[in-house]
Design a protein. Structure first.
Length: 427
């Protein structure tokens, strides 16, 4: 008999074991007849080693990697002034992050070092009978399926406080040692292939985004005619523009409606929850029960780190009924072509116009001084219409890649679970 594990990208039949038996464990179900079960405490010892002078800090990440912090990253961590309760970790130890085990922070260390007491460090009682890597994959599979979360008893949201004592009480499958090794090798081989496929899809999304930015840049700074005579715009980030275009200060192209914006505090919004978008510097931040605008306008960030990082679009179109706070400039174009204007304004380099070090700010006066390339009115609309058509295709393609990535991740999760629980036979 075979079991079929499928998604739209992968369809593979794997054999099942000839005979199965009841494991006696409700959450585990049937296991191959030649397998047995054993409590975690009879498989692993909890270690409490002293630390050594030159030990670096080992971290257990949610993706299952257990390595020296310096091997991966050093930012985002707090270093203790005194290392109370720190313990030694050796290469090959099974490490369980007591607070983050529910999210998959369980792995086998690839490094020698030390860790905080929040980690349970486990070693096999019989190294020639127990593979830490097999149990890493098994426990991570259980965690990602929500089993460890179901054991939650911590007070922190989504915390399980899953300690060695909890692990020790669990009835775990015990395949023959050579089967543990085969399962581990199979998982490592298959997940490497799947991860490579996921990386390729992510690279395709990144390239698509790069191409999208090229399309936008060319449209709003070069126009539709590739053979048009060009001239220097006088602005570095723009470069050359068609000879018949003009460079115009933003204040002559838009009407500012900042005087109509009204901020609402978070407490006040709590009593005003509704259906109308409430916009801030980087987009919608809430929904309220009233609106102050009922027309299509362009919003652009007035302050915030995004002015420099551009992690989200600086300018965006708001349409319908909505509210705007005092962290976004409100612009009404004097010439039609919202897609042209919003993409041009998002593309702009505002560096020389931004003030403030701790809190970057783009004042109305400075924004009004920004120089923009401007085609004739009819060409603005033509570029806008073409851009709207072209840009509408990118989300469809991106969504296709993202769906493929989701299916690959789901396939990997299912495949690992089927292998570690004996639902498929690895030979």
């Amino acid at each position: 008999m075979t079991i079929k594990i499928t998604n739209d990208l992968t369809q593979i039949d794997y054999p099942r074991y000839e005979r199965y038996k009841d494991s006696g464990v409700d959450w585990l179900g049937e296991i191959p007849e030649e397998w047995s079960t054993e409590k975690g405490k009879w498989l692993f010892n909890k270690m409490d080693r002293p630390i050594r002078k030159d030990d670096g800090i080992v971290t257990c990440f949610r993706d299952g990697e257990v390595t020296l912090r310096s091997n991966r990253r050093t930012d985002g961590f707090t270093n203790a002034l005194k290392e109370h309760g720190y313990q030694g970790i050796r290469k090959g130890d099974l490490v369980i992050h007591q607070m983050d085990a529910f999210a998959g922070a369980i792995g086998v260390s690839d490094s020698e070092g030390k860790s905080t007491p929040v980690y349970s460090v486990c070693v096999p009682k019989e190294p020639d009978r127990i593979s830490p890597h097999y149990y890493m994959y098994f426990m991570r599979s259980m965690a990602l399926r929500g089993f460890i979360l179901s054991l939650a008893k911590g007070i922190r949201e989504r915390s399980t406080d899953f300690r060695y004592n909890d692990f020790a009480k669990l009835d775990l499958p015990l395949p023959p040692y050579d089967t543990q090794i085969k399962i581990t090798e199979f998982i490592e081989y298959k997940t490497t292939l799947i991860d490579q496929a996921i990386t390729l899809k992510q690279q395709q999304i990144a390239k698509l985004e790069e191409y999208k930015q090229i399309v936008i840049q060319n449209a709003v700074t070069k126009g539709l005619n590739p053979d048009a005579p060009m001239k220097d715009s006088g602005v570095d980030w723009i470069g050359e523009i068609p000879e018949h275009w003009e460079m115009v200060s933003l204040r002559y192209l838009f009407k500012f409606l900042n005087y109509r914006r009204i901020p609402i505090s978070a407490d006040e919004r709590g009593d005003m929850q509704g259906i109308y978008p409430y916009y801030g510097a980087s987009g919608i931040i809430d929904y309220v029960n009233d609106y102050i605008f009922d027309e299509k306008l362009i919003l652009i960030a007035e302050d915030g780190a995004n002015l420099l990082s551009k992690s989200t679009p600086l300018a965006f179109v708001a349409d319908g009924k909505y509210w705007v706070n005092n962290h976004a400039h409100i612009l009404k174009p004097k010439y039609r072509g919202f897609v042209f204007w919003s993409n041009l304004l998002s593309l702009c380099d505002y560096t020389i116009y931004i003030t403030g070090a701790a809190q970057p700010k783009l004042s109305r006066g400075n924004l009004g001084s920004v120089m923009l390339p401007v085609p004739p009115e009819g060409e603005i609309l033509a570029i806008s219409n073409l851009l709207e058509d072209q840009l509408s295709k990118f989300p469809i393609i991106t969504q296709k890649y993202e769906s493929q990535i989701d299916r690959l991740k789901e396939y990997k999760t299912i495949l690992i679970n089927q292998a570690v629980t004996g639902k498929i036979k690895i030979s």
